[in-house]
Write a protein that binds this ligand. Structure first.
Ligand SMILES: *Cc1c(COP(=O)(O)O)cnc(C)c1O
Length: 376
């Protein structure tokens, strides 16, 4: 099998999604499964739906469209405000959009009118993380404006935390959202079916004793795919953290001095390395780099240490000579996953077997050099 590649075990993803759906259902919260880190993979979306998510959330219109062309007819939510230039495509492919600007809302209204459909609107509210959203004090005015526009239906409000500034979801900001939802319903006499409290970073708050209040939806990507929560990147009990792994192939393996020689200046990617230890390292190079993944976001499964990377070389301390042509497997963080899925150089292998079968065309070499035995 060619490398570099990203291997995605759909059974583990389904397990993770099912556990999260069940856990949140006990709190009266539904899950929107977010597919953007997978480049909108229709098979991953279908896996999340099998696990019981209520809708698919995507931030990119291209991904929504490719999932639609693959035959997915499920509710699709555009969780990043559509740009003015794509409102027609947003209305044509998704059921509702998360929005913040009245200009976009007006454009969605006319696009929906000309297509003869009703488009759902979820207003994003700023609650401190300083990414998208209207300030809470402006929400009333904006709802009033939206209610006057044809072919729109106000479906709810939402917020997003822990993405730009790392503000953690807590009782205080979640209560603020709940209070806002109830006051909109009272002031305008409309129901708000969706109160979307945030992303995977909300799971700690959810697991606390705090009452969910009016929050009835979370948009989950990272926790389903990588099995961890993003605030402290701790694994979530009972979830797989190795559903997605990155595999690269060895192209050089030699004992080398562990200290570079010559004048040290910047590398291709900024500051050079500090002069490390002494003696000799068994240095192994893999055919992968910044153009395939985020090297800083890879975690070797065992025994080796990543020393550095450039566009297309990943250098590791392997402690021993590794046969050329063998493969090494790494766990991915969110950044490594996102970049690997987006790189045209990385083969995507989706499997529904719990032990992926790889490298069977090279029987003379270890299938996957994992140091700690086969990957479970
Ligand atoms: C990416 C994104 C999510 C999903 O976040 P995870 O941390 O991957 O769960 C949710 N909501 C919005 C608005 C997003 O952009």
């Amino acid at each position: 099998m060619s490398a570099p590649r990203i291997e995605i075990d759909l059974r583990k993803i389904e397990h993770n999604a099912t556990r999260l759906v069940d856990m949140l259902a006990r709190k009266g919260i539904g899950v929107t499964g977010v597919t953007k880190a997978t480049l909108g993979s229709p098979r991953i979306a279908a896996t999340m739906l099998r696990a019981g998510v209520t809708a698919i959330g995507e931030s990119r219109i291209e991904n929504v469209e490719s999932m639609r062309s693959a035959g997915l007819s499920t509710p699709m939510r555009l969780i990043r405000s559509p740009a003015l230039s794509v409102v027609d495509r947003a209305v044509g492919s998704s059921d509702l959009s998360f929005v913040t600007e009245i200009d976009v809302i007006r454009a969605l209204s006319s696009a929906a009118e000309s297509l003869g459909v009703v488009h759902g609107i979820v207003r994003m509210v700023e609650l401190g993380d300083l990414r998208e959203g209207i300030m809470p004090e402006d929400v009333d005015q904006v709802i009033e404006d939206v209610l006057r526009l044809p072919n729109l239906s106000v479906q709810g409000i939402g917020t997003n935390l822990a993405c730009r500034s790392g503000v953690a979801p807590d009782t205080s900001n979640m209560t603020a959202l709940s209070v806002l939802a109830s006051s909109i319903e009272t002031d305008f006499g409309i129901p708000l079916p969706i109160v979307s409290g945030g992303n995977s970073a909300n799971l700690n708050w959810c697991q606390s004793e705090a009452s969910p209040g009016r929050i009835n939806d979370l948009r989950l990507g990272e926790s389903i795919l990588l099995g961890c929560e993003p605030l402290h990147r701790t694994p979530i009990n009972g979830l797989h953290t190795d559903a997605i792994t990155f595999v690269a192939e060895v192209i050089e393996s030699k004992p080398k001095p562990s200290t570079p020689w010559g004048d040290l200046a910047e590398t291709a990617f900024g500051p050079g390395c500090e002069r490390p230890g002494h003696g000799t390292t068994f240095q192994t190079i893999l055919a992968a780099g910044h153009q395939d993944t985020d090297p800083a976001g890879l975690r070797p499964l065992s025994g080796i240490k990543i020393l550095g990377a450039s566009s297309d070389h990943l250098v590791v301390d392997s402690g021993q000579r590794i046969p050329i042509g063998s493969e090494m497997r790494f766990l991915c963080n969110y950044s490594a996953l996102l970049r690997s899925m987006t790189s045209p150089f990385v083969v995507k292998v989706l499997t529904s077997q719990s032990t992926p079968v790889v490298g069977d065309h090279r029987r003379d070499l270890p299938q996957v050099w994992s140091f700690g035995g086969p990957v479970s």
